[in-house]
Every structure is written in C-alpha cells, then in structure tokens.
Design a protein around this ligand. Sequence first.
Ligand code: MTE
Length: 316
Amino acid sequence: MLIRRPADIRSSEITDKNVYLNRRAFLRAAGAAAMSALGTKTLEAQQAAPHGRQLENVRKSPLSTTEKLNTWGHITTYNNFVEFGPDKADPALKASRMKTSPWTISVEGECAKPGVMNVEDILKGRTLEERIYRLRCVEAWSLVIPWVGFPLADFIKQVEPTSRAKFIEFTTHYDLKQMPGASSPAYRWPYIDGLRMDEAMHPLTILAVGLYGEVLPNQNGAPIRLVVPWKYGFKSVKSIVRIRFVEQQPRTLWTLTAPDEYGFYANVNPEVDHPRWSQATERRLPEFFMRKTVIFNGYADQVARLYRSMDLKKNF
Ligand code: MTE
C-alpha cells in the first residue's frame, strides 16, 4: 500500500527506534509503489496473467453489481501483494513462482472441528457463485471484479465455532524462497487480517477461488482468498494458509505496521479521512477523473446495521 509522511514530522520524535527504522523501510517501499502506477499500461499489455483452468458449475449471484467490469488485464496487473514487492507491478512479474498446489489450510482455535484441510476437499461438492463486487483500495483506486467463490459463512458453519469465537483471523502463506518482498523490514509479517464473527458470517463475505470463471491467478491470491466488498481492499487476505477462531481482536499486519493509518474495521468511509489524505473520492481504473466514494462501498443497506452502536470515526 502507498504510504507517505509529511516531511515536517520526524518519526524518531514520536516512536521508538525499532518502529522508526521499520517505518523508514516501509516508506521507502511505498515510494516505489507510487512510481509504479506510471508503468501500469505497458505492463498490462505484456504481463496480464496467463489464463488458467475454467471452473465448473458456477452460477450467477443476484448479489452482483451490474457496473462495467474491469478487464482481465487490469485485474491481474495492478495488484497489492507486498510479499512480492511494494510495486503494483511486482505481483504480476513475480508471483508466478509461488507453488499453489497442493495447498492446505490449517483451521485452529475456538471451533469443534479444527484440522488441516486440503483446498480441493474444501471445494468438493460446493456450488460456486460469480459475485461481481467493487474493490475499493485505501490508495483511492477501485475496480469491478467478477470473483468466483462461496460464502465464508458456509465454511464457518462446517467447522462449528464455539461460543468463545468472537473474531476470525486469516494468515497468508509466508515463504522467503518464493516471495521476494517478504524479507522487507517495512512490514510486520506474516500478512494477517481478521473480521468480527458477524462480519464473517454476513452473506456478502466470500472466500474466492477464481475470477472471470477461471482459477485465481497467483497475483490475486491463489488458490483461495477473502473478499469483503464493503471494506477497504486490504482486508482481503490472499493465499490463505491458516484460519483461526479467537476471542480477542486479531493483531493484523496493518494495525501492527501503521496503527494510526489502518484500523481493524477498515469500512469504506468517505467521511473519515486517512491521516494524510481524503477518502472522499476514488479513481475507477482506468478512468482519469475521480468519482465519489460511497459509504460501505455502496453496501450500506446490507451492512450498516452491523455497526449501529459504533462510532465509525474511532473504529476506522
Ligand atoms: N494479501 C496479502 N497477503 N498481501 C497483500 O499485500 N494486499 C491487500 C489485499 N490482500 C495484500 C493482501 C490490499 S492492500 C489490497 S488493495 C488487495 O489485496 C488487492 O487485491 P487485488 O490485487 O486482487 O486487486
């Protein structure tokens, strides 16, 4: 993600030395990310992901938006996957080296049926749906993506969380041999993020295994990733290897790395400015002009009730 700081605040004045050094690496990485936007068009022409296996028995979902889709080229060449580097082009250039089969997910914590599960077994007999959702990123760009997946709630019910499970935590595969960006001191690894249980059980929340009817390309989080359409894109944990049911709110990569900038809730909210920029508008790639960002990314009717008693300025 893109991180900039005003030059007049010295991080060393307000943070301890380790955090300060960590931050400097983080900002260097973010500078590279900003530069990368310029090269995107060329990359799209040259490096769009190769087409993968077609998924079978995919039915269309009534929960899809009817907005114009972004192309395969946009969706697979302009990515955030910092394990492969800070540049938006890095995942398209470097993620193909990640081996995604066989792939297991370890299910842990407060549930009656923990265990290590093969992705193929998780998918066996499941009906897949195409869900066309907007993805709104903190850095003020957005895309419309035809995901293929299934409700996270269906998976959760299967493993029977206990009454102590208040949150669910997702962890991305972490492998220095396959992920050249994962040695960066800029981030607090591995990539972890989470949801409150009612958010996880919401019918809009899915585990995605494909896009455009095909298996997910590596840069988009193969073989399985989270998609939560009313939240900023950084909640969509890619290439999941662990799912844990926990009592306490998870400590996430972003809340550990930059707690003043990225909150746990991460609901798309045009009224809450990021500390260093407004969140009121966004640029739908590849458009030039900005358009207004909508509260909960346009899903307020379905999700606003989850936050009725919360101050969304404090719980950003
Ligand atoms: N998951 C992992 N493991 N690593 C990441 O860097 N980036 C997040 C999210 N999931 C990220 C991640 C962010 S910031 C965004 S905006 C989305 O992935 C981007 O998803 P996309 O590349 O499929 O558009």
